[in-house]
Design a protein around this ligand. Structure first.
Ligand code: HEC
Length: 269
């Protein structure tokens, strides 16, 4: 018994300081236990992985996506030269191919999301920036991120300051607030798989692989807009898309999808 207590004492601080990799593994273990019927590679389907009928409808829709013209509009925006003759592709490693899985990353004091990289590119080339939650931002990222389809999410948290941003995002995720005293984690971790109206609550792992999505096949929605929607539905005060706290939250949320392949954009209800 004494030995056990000593072990707990020694291990305690180590657990308290567990890093992102340990956080992710703990979630994977938890989901594997709570939802043994769902394979890791199916986590990308979220709620659909727990509803075969909805998944089969989804497959039919994805065979002929109703949003292909919207994605094409995004492609035109991406390919259109700036007034200085340069292109978006000049701002991204590999011309923008197979890079989206590395976003968000931490650089020079803040988290860089794919959207903020698009805006930084516009600014660097003397062009007007796009509104964070706006349709244009949704369309251009829907196309640009599709250039990374199949790439595995590979978010890195390296160094004390990157870790601090990750921790802030994590804290926000698990902080209970609002009229119903809920947190993101209260639903997507503790109650993953539970039925809410007609949907089963998705696992945090896998959620970031496919954004932006087209809601009802028509309305483009970025990941941070989806955060806002959940906060509104759950009676929490939503933050602003593009705010520091949402960037930190996206950093944490996306890290948890590490190792899963990207597919952008997809249909969501
Ligand atoms: C009251 C429970 C509840 C809370 C609290 C909640 N959500 Fe959700 N969330 C849902 C439900 C239900 C859906 C729709 C079904 C699904 O995809 O899980 C959803 C969907 C999502 C999706 C889309 C998943 C996909 O595959 O498209 C993301 C991302 C998400 N939530 C993130 C968050 C974040 C981040 C927070 C906290 C800021 C949060 N949620 C808070 C219940 C909740």
């Amino acid at each position: 018994m004494k030995k056990l207590l000593l072990a707990c004492f020694l291990l305690g601080p180590a657990i308290a300081h567990a890093g992102p990799a340990e956080d992710r593994q703990a979630l994977l273990d938890r989901y594997a236990k709570a939802l043994p019927g769902i394979r890791f590679e199916d986590y990308v389907y979220g709620s659909l992985a727990m509803n075969p009928k909805a998944k089969s409808q989804y497959d039919d829709i994805m065979a002929f996506p109703p949003f292909s013209l919207d994605v094409d509009e995004g492609r035109q925006m991406w390919e259109k030269p700036f007034s200085n003759g340069r292109h978006f592709s000049s701002c991204f490693p590999g011309g923008g191919r197979n890079v989206a899985g590395n976003y968000p990353y931490y650089d020079e004091g803040r988290v860089v999301t794919f959207e903020s990289a698009i805006n930084a590119c516009l600014e660097a080339n003397g062009e007007r920036k796009l509104e964070y939650g706006g349709k244009e931002m949704g369309l251009i990222t829907a196309y640009a991120k599709s250039l990374s389809d199949g790439m595995k999410v590979d978010v890195k948290v390296e160094g004390a300051r990157a870790l601090a941003a990750y921790e802030k995002g994590k804290q926000y995720y698990y902080a209970r607030r609002g009229k119903k005293n809920l947190s993101c984690g209260a639903c997507h971790v503790e109650q993953a798989g539970e039925l809410v109206q007609t949907d089963r609550i998705s696992m945090l792992v896998g959620q970031a692989t496919h954004y932006p999505v087209f809601v009802d096949g028509t309305r483009v929605m970025t990941l941070q807009q989806r955060f806002r929607q959940c906060e509104e539905n759950a009676g929490m005060q939503p933050a602003k898309a593009g705010s520091e706290i949402y960037d930190d939250l996206e950093y944490f949320v996306t890290y948890m999808s590490n190792g899963l392949p990207m597919e952008v954009p997809v249909f969501r209800k």
